[in-house]
Write a new protein. Structure first.
Length: 523
């Protein structure tokens, strides 16, 4: 069983409308955590609605199964088992430990009432539970009703074989130094106070740092914590200080600093939903993003600040963002590059500078990719309900736009069938014979689904402005649509539509690939 060390990310817990675990968002979040440097994932912690789910065993099992599936069982998981009744805690440890032999667990004193003898409470649990899973103890006076585990108590608990480590805020330097004395290859010390990471790691002797870890809530969004831990292992002191300052700055800009409780969860959840708004655009306004005791709304100024800072973090590469080709296929940028590395036409475009998107589309997932030498549009047919028409429409439509195909041709059907049979290719308009309307070249298309499980096209990017955005801008500014600018625009659109409608056929077909086929239906 893998020991818990390095960067242990206390995963947020997203809810659906029934305040159950939102599996769609958690699948996405887990992938995001892995991309951004999580060595272990901590479920149902103090920042992951651990108190709310303390007695909801079915929901815990659901999230554990999902996380194991997404991680491929390759990333250590640690699960918070919090409560106020030690026998119920033991029951949960037994149930989950026997069901999931690779899980690690975190226990703590009661979170609702202060008890006289914290050691006896924890000793009862450690001495009674009959599982082989590693168990860690969380020490946080503020979160657990003023119940504290002092260094002398911690040393007494070390005698239990299944007690494998300790999570502490490391605020008290003297306490922290005493806990550090316990560190060895069988006992880990984990620091949960983000502001103290650099101080904590420098207190730990260099040869023992490989046995310790940090528990950064901020790593639900950014990748800086894994860089900070690496610098500590490599004894890069200056970089360590700089990264700590950056983490502090992120906390001030992402967390809901106006909130007393739940400031981390409220800010990070909004930031995460904003980051992936293209995946689930309606979720960003979902009010059920926190457990009932922490519910509350962000004000508009805070939202704008978080959105602006997320964009800054992406540009600074402090966030590694995932890209989707439909809900079932999620990739890292390097995966996307590898996928298309064998498309010959892309090899001459230079390195990828930026990926923008996905853009909203009902049938397709669309990205704009900026290369060193060009800007291209990648379009993937990802709507499953359109699988009956798995051809690239451009390969049929573009020849009509430059006259290469003629609707009056006697062998039109034969030519259409030949084009339909071609699974890979391109369509380039010649400068001598341009299309009747402004259309970008089809740089490459692939219907084989051998590269990815979707048909896709790569097309040149046409610079322009969305007509919808133009209308919205004029509406907001209360400007007239009767201005000459709009009259000219509408006139041009009318001319283009007229040119398109000149292409006519002597029969009507339901599907584009049947063009030229005589219809038995009289339309």
């Amino acid at each position: 069983m893998t020991k818990i060390r390095g960067v242990i990310v206390p995963s947020l817990t997203f809810f659906n409308k029934d305040l159950e675990v939102n599996t769609e968002l958690h699948s996405l979040l887990t992938r995001h955590l892995l991309v951004n440097g999580a060595d272990s994932i901590y479920l149902f912690g103090t920042k992951g609605a651990g108190f709310y789910f303390s007695d909801k065993l079915k929901e815990k099992i659901k999230l554990i199964n999902l996380t194991l599936e997404v991680t491929g069982k390759k990333t250590p998981l640690i699960v918070g088992i919090f409560g106020n009744n030690k026998d119920r805690i033991i029951d949960q440890l037994e149930d989950l430990g026997k069901k999931f032999g690779s899980l690690n667990f975190i226990i703590a004193p009661p979170y609702l009432e202060k008890i006289e003898d914290v050691n006896s409470y924890l000793e009862y649990i450690l001495g009674t539970v009959n599982i082989d899973n590693h168990i860690y103890i969380h020490n946080n006076r503020e979160k657990f009703a003023g119940n504290e585990i002092n260094p002398s108590s911690a040393k007494e608990l070390v005698g239990y074989d299944n007690f494998s480590g300790f999570i502490d805020s490391c605020d008290n330097i003297n306490y922290c130094k005493s806990y550090i004395e316990l560190i060895n290859e069988d006992f880990s010390l984990l620091c949960e106070n983000e502001e103290n990471f650099q101080k904590f790691l420098q207190l730990v002797p260099l040869d023992l740092r490989k046995y310790v870890g940090i528990v950064p809530c901020v790593s639900n969004l950014v990748n800086l914590s894994s860089k900070l831990y690496f610098c500590a292992i490599e004894e890069k002191i200056l970089d360590l200080h700089q990264l700590q300052e950056q983490i502090n700055h992120i906390r001030n800009n992402i967390y809901d600093i106006k909130a007393q409780d739940g400031k981390e969860q409220r800010g990070l959840k909004y930031a995460f939903l904003y980051l992936y708004k293209s995946f689930s655009p309606n979720l960003i306004e979902d009010l059920n993003i926190l457990s009932p005791s922490l519910k509350g709304n962000l004000d508009e100024i805070t939202k704008e600040r978080i959105e602006a800072y997320v964009n800054y973090l992406i540009n600074q590469k402090h966030i590694y963002k995932l890209f989707s080709l439909g809900k079932d296929n999620i990739y890292q940028l390097k995966d996307m590059i590898n996928i298309f590395s064998n498309v010959e036409v892309l090899l001459s475009q230079g390195t990828i500078k930026k990926v923008i998107g996905p853009f909203d589309a009902d049938i397709n997932t669309i990205y704009r990719v900026n290369f060193e030498k060009s800007q291209l549009i990648f379009k993937f047919r990802t709507l499953k309900s359109f699988q009956y028409e798995n051809i690239v429409k451009e390969k049929l439509l573009f020849p009509f736009l430059d006259g290469s195909l003629n609707s009056d041709s006697f062998d039109l059907r034969k030519k259409i069938k030949k084009i339909v049979s071609i699974r890979k290719g391109d369509y380039q308009f010649s400068s001598e014979n341009p299309p009747i309307i402004p259309v970008a070249n089809l740089v490459y298309f692939d219907e084989t689904k051998e590269v990815i499980p979707h048909i896709f096209t790569i097309q040149e990017y046409v610079h322009g402005k969305s007509l919808k955005d133009l209308f919205n801008q004029y509406s907001k500014e209360d400007l007239s649509f009767s201005k000459s600018k709009f009259l000219t625009l509408f006139n041009n659109i009318g001319e283009l539509l007229g040119k398109l409608h000149k292409i006519s056929f002597d029969s009507f077909q339901e599907h584009i690939y049947n063009i030229g086929k005589k219809s038995e239906i009289n339309w």
